[in-house]
Design a protein around this ligand. Sequence first.
Ligand SMILES: [Zn+2]
Length: 478
Amino acid sequence: MAKNKQFVEKVTAMEDDFGQWYTDVVKQAELVDYGPVRGTMIIKPYGFAIWENIQSEFDRQFKETGHSNVYFPLFIPKSMLQKEKDHIEGFAPEVAWVTHGGDEELEEPIVVRPTSEVLFGDYYSKNIHSYRDLPKLYNQWANVVRWEKTTRPFLRSSEFLWQEGHTCHATQDEAEGETSQMLEVYADICENYLAIPVLKGKKTEKEKFAGAEYTLTIEALMHDGRALQSGTSHYLGTGFAEAFDIQYLDKEGKQQYVHQTSWGVSTRIMGALIMVHGDNRGLVVPPRIAPTQAMIVPVAQHKEGVLDKAYDLRDQLKEIARVDIDASDKMPGWKFNEYEMKGIPVRIEMGPRDIEKDQVVLVRRDTGEKEFVAMSELEERLPALLNEIQKGLYDKAAAHRAEKTSVTTTLDEFKQKLDEKGGFIKAMWCGELQCEEKIREETSATSRCIPFEQEEVSDKCVCCGKDAKEMVVWARAY
Ligand SMILES: [Zn+2]
């Protein structure tokens, strides 16, 4: 046991230093390594396998809702990025420039895409002519570059992977419907696959996407009580269409600007996964996105028949779940720790005594609970257990969020609750930027969203005491 203990101690306790705990887990679970340029990351096989499972569910739902995948270039000419004024102002501070090709200075500097609205805008202006060309429902899986000052793997990296949806519609109604629909897709995957409860709402004017009419968002609460924006969907109105001259001839023969949307989810969501479900033993991966749902660890595998039985079991269970086996000559204790660190939902132990009794031992990663299951019942029990774990993780995260959500009516109370337990603060707001900024200055909390599900916790703004317009959820955020 001494050896096991030593291994576990490599992860800093989250209560002691949450930031260090995060870094330790990311490294120890073999999700990423740091790239040679500051702020870049190497996503390792295990990290990428989890991302791929998340990605494939998003991709499936995008296609189910009628979208096609495309690929646009990494480079944007400077002049093109400047066409939409709010947009360039929003992104300018973190844009990476290409100024040279070999030794020669370029005539026009090139931007490495921080997002691709302008490229799509330019393309659509050349490819949309009539109402018959609409809607255009495109999605791209790509990398983007944002020159961030402070970086952390997954949460804020100079280069990250994401998808960006870019759509064009004939009418505002249709485009707004799309904006809401894609937010629902995001929320569904977060809740039902990643087991992360999300708060759905609208961003304030200050927090909306640069160049959008409005931004819808899903916000998740991390274990340390800070929020993480986990996906956004923007209604762009006709702003980009006017800047890029994307017009179509309607049925009456009149020129009209298209209404656009864009929406994105990135590898940041991996950060949410780690910080919502992880514990002091490492990562905890929800079964529905786990690359390996159950790991068979043979015990006393040198004894005759144990390995054969374990391989038979793997072959039998492969049909019903993603099951793997570790038959390496490492000690079982080492393996136990390793797969706990990696957050594999279930460990299946099988030794000579189990074989004799025609049973296996199932151990849950999330609770550590052990159960003995007869071989004859395993095909039924394993999928059921995976479902229980999936649901258990969601329920635990939802309970944590509920516990860390406070309702406040004064700024003093706001500060007190935030210092006491962090989390989401529900408070009324007058709608004035001044109050939003003052709250940020005094509490370091930002407005996360104006939830769709409104509550009237008071009729006065928490900051200025004037008449309140809506309830906002605030939090310190990543
Ligand atoms: Zn106010």
